[in-house]
Design a protein around this ligand. Structure first.
Ligand code: NAD
Length: 290
């Protein structure tokens, strides 16, 4: 069984990005600049944003963290988005989700200029992705595609089952894996909360991508011998033995499932770090396509 080590692979890709940035600097070009908007005090969001900003610094990007209180109004937040759209120094930016309940995430997403949408969530980029055109691919699915490619995992002709149909993970994952591309060319089934006989679908999968948000829901009896398991879930599970009072768990019962499969991503240290490098790859691209 091979552990698909996203942390190590992300470190390799960061070295490559750093070399790119060094070359840009030597040529007197523009250093990539990512901005991240963080609204409120959600602990998980703070960790994610901190990791994104730190990763930018590691490879020599510039980064700007725009913090706003949870009490911000929709109009004030849209003003922040418009300012970032108009700022020529910012190559790309993200608005960390989820936003506090009184804010309209869809309206905020629609306000982001597609050229600066390094999360790949706006309709223009989603549409281009679906048509196979050049665009900013959504960070988590693209991070998974890069991981499959770099680990040499064959997807062509394989049965892929994706659990979850969110706009940011499950749905784009199905599009990318079914495209006529490499990786891609897979036969993809998408499962969700209304799917009947979920376990039966899972057991057919050569490659199973779990993006549900339910800790350790995928158990060993649900996976095929020798399958490849991509666990996107990041869930906090109470654990009094940890000083912080919780542990992180994926959507897959790692210990039992890893006994049976050919390759699996750990949580943490699997898909998460790949999401961050994918965002940085998009930011580098944004800085070059001015
Ligand atoms: P979401 O809540 O938007 O979507 C969950 C999906 O799971 C839905 O489509 C729903 O239909 C499906 N679902 C829910 N219960 C189900 C069930 N019992 N059976 C089958 N399907 C069911 O979640 P999301 O934003 O796609 O995130 C999913 C998980 O991935 C979360 O744990 C999240 O924290 C994690 N995540 C990780 C990364 C990363 O970088 N590793 C990035 C994004 C999300």
């Amino acid at each position: 069984m091979k552990v698909l080590d996203g942390k190590a692979l992300a470190a390799t890709i960061k070295d490559e990005l750093k070399a790119d940035v060094d070359a840009i600097r030597q040529a007197g070009g523009k250093i990539p600049h990512l901005a991240a908007v963080l609204v409120g005090e959600d602990p998980a969001s703070q960790v994610y944003v901190r990791n994104k900003v730190r990763s930018c610094e590691e490879v020599g990007f510039r980064s700007t963290l725009v913090r706003r209180p949870a009490t911000i109004t929709q109009e004030e937040l849209l003003k922040v988005v418009h300012e970032l759209n108009d700022d020529p120094d910012i190559d790309g930016f993200i608005v960390q989700l989820p936003l506090p309940g009184h804010l309209d995430e869809e309206a905020v997403n629609l306000a982001i200029h597609p050229h600066k949408d390094v999360d790949g969530f706006t309709p223009v980029n989603v549409g281009k992705m679906t048509l196979g055109l050049d665009c900013y691919l959504p960070a988590t699915p693209n991070g998974i595609m890069v991981m499959l490619e770099r680990y040499g995992i064959e997807t062509s002709g394989k049965e892929v089952v994706v659990l979850g149909r969110s706009n940011i993970v499950g749905t784009p994952m199905t599009i990318l894996l079914s495209r006529k591309s490499d990786p891609g060319n897979a036969t993809v089934t998408i499962c969700h909360s209304r799917t009947k006989n979920l376990a039966d679908h899972c057991r057919r999968a050569d490659i199973l991508v779990a993006a549900i948000g339910i800790p350790e829901m995928v158990t060993a009896d649900m996976v095929k011998e020798g399958a490849v398991i991509i666990d996107v879930g990041i869930n906090r599970v109470d654990d009094s033995s940890k000083s912080r009072g919780y542990r992180l768990a994926g959507d897959v019962d790692y210990d039992a499932v890893s006994e049976k499969v050919s390759a699996i991503t750990p949580v943490p240290g699997g898909v998460g770090p790949m999401t961050i490098v994918s965002l940085m790859m998009n930011t580098l691209k944004a800085s070059k396509t001015k």
